[in-house]
Design a protein around this ligand. Structure first.
Ligand code: SAM
Ligand code: SF4
Ligand code: SF4
Length: 359
């Protein structure tokens, strides 16, 4: 029996009322006064890992129905949407997935997006394909890369990615990205209490002096398949306290307003770390992110239950103005603040999967 993915639900888009839509080129503000600055684009729902907190094998097994090729937005369709978002104030585009480096010729997409004016292009990856692709991505115009790595202990890491990839493969990927000039590299570690929290200090020790920025992410209740429990969330405050005991830390200012990671640096000058505390310290009030799914739906929150279908417009004969009106309609109606209102009940809702929307 095929598993039917949750991503099939979609709300139609309602174009912004012309009387309310700011003129083209003017910023959009949602119902909480937030502008749209970051666009995250998922380019595939497939992955070569089966991380236990993201694509557990019991759900994402051999019978899982991934999106067929024709359902995926083409690079031209993605770039068209991105260009309209840039005209509305987006300054940062992140390519994600699934594993984005599995999308064939993803460097061609990077090149097309990098040609848009005034926008930084970044990508999040599990890193194992970077030795092969880092140089090509850099040459295409990618600015920076974030690599996920949840443990240094090899046996534990293999269990967490559940595809038997060793730590060494990811470290090679990080090194390749550095050599290609994709730094400073951010390294993301999702912390699950009782699973990999013993690796917090070894990870900190390993990445001090490296020039890479290690970031600890609280385990989140994204999707409906990772069996999230509050008991398994290790608050970022504890991460900071534990590292501070070994390597004294001090807080530093955000790089820009609305930055998601709280920044800290080692007092001895050996580097910087960050914590992303979406469970224990919600940052919805400054959330400027929107997500475009692999098959062309817009999601205004990582914890959304429904997206807004843009692909029908893109594949019809809609003019740019009609697509801009649709984008404006979605953003102007946005009220999301899931992390501020999270409870055990909301955690059990059937939300979109992280591997589909890309984090
Ligand atoms: N495959 C790429 C990777 O792993 O970097 C990109 C996609 S992945 C969905 C993006 C980020 O989301 C990764 O850093 C991953 O660790 C994080 N992530 C996935 N599931 C999560 C969860 N339940 N809680 C917190 N972070 C999660
Ligand atoms: Fe794949 Fe990234 Fe999800 Fe791990 S976190 S299963 S690497 S998409
Ligand atoms: Fe943004 Fe939704 Fe996360 Fe809040 S819960 S920070 S609105 S994505």
């Amino acid at each position: 029996m095929k598993v039917i993915p949750i991503q099939q639900a979609a709300a139609p888009v309602t174009a912004a009322d012309p009387a309310c839509r700011p003129a083209p080129g003017e910023a959009l503000l949602d119902r909480r006064g937030r502008s749209v600055r970051d666009l995250r684009i998922s380019v595939t729902d497939r992955c070569n890992f089966r991380c236990v907190y993201c694509m557990p094998r019991e759900v994402f097994g051999e019978d899982y129905a991934f999106l067929p090729r024709r359902e995926l937005l083409s690079f031209e369709e993605i770039t068209r949407v991105a260009r309209l978002f840039v005209a509305r104030g987006v300054r940062k585009i992140r390519i994600t997935g699934g594993e984005p480096l599995l999308r064939k010729d993803v460097d061609r997409l990077i090149g097309m997006l990098a040609a848009l004016d005034g926008v930084e292009i970044t990508l999040t990856t599990n890193g194992v394909l970077l030795p092969k692709l880092a140089r090509r991505l850099r040459d295409a115009g990618l600015h920076r890369v974030t690599v996920s790595l949840d443990a240094l202990d090899d046996a534990l890491f293999r269990r967490m990615n559940d595809a038997d990839y060793p730590v060494a493969k990811v470290l090679e990927g990080i090194e390749a990205a550095k050599i290609a000039g994709l730094g400073p590299i951010k390294v993301n570690m999702v912390v699950k209490r009782g699973t990999n929290d013993a690796d917090i200090e070894p990870m900190a020790a390993h990445f001090r002096h490296s020039g890479h920025i290690l970031r600890f992410i609280e385990f989140m209740d994204v999707g409906a398949s990772n069996g999230w429990k509050m008991d398994e969330v290790l608050p970022s405050r504890e991460v900071i306290d534990r590292i501070d005991r070994l390597f004294p830390l001090e807080p530093i200012d955000p790089n820009y307003e609305g930055e998601v990671a709280e920044r800290w640096r080692y007092r001895d000058g050996s580097g910087e770390i960050g914590v992303i505390s979406s469970v224990t310290q919600a940052f919805c009030s400054t959330c400027t992110r929107i997500r475009l799914s692999t098959e062309g739906k817009l999601y205004t929150c990582l914890f959304a239950q429904q997206g807004h279908d843009l692909r029908t417009l893109l594949r019809g004969d809609a003019a740019d103005d009609a697509i801009d009106a649709a984008i404006a309609g979605v953003w102007l109606a946005r009220e999301d603040r899931y992390s501020e209102i999270r409870t055990a009940d909301t955690a059990a809702l059937r939300k979109i999967e992280m591997s589909y929307i890309g984090g």
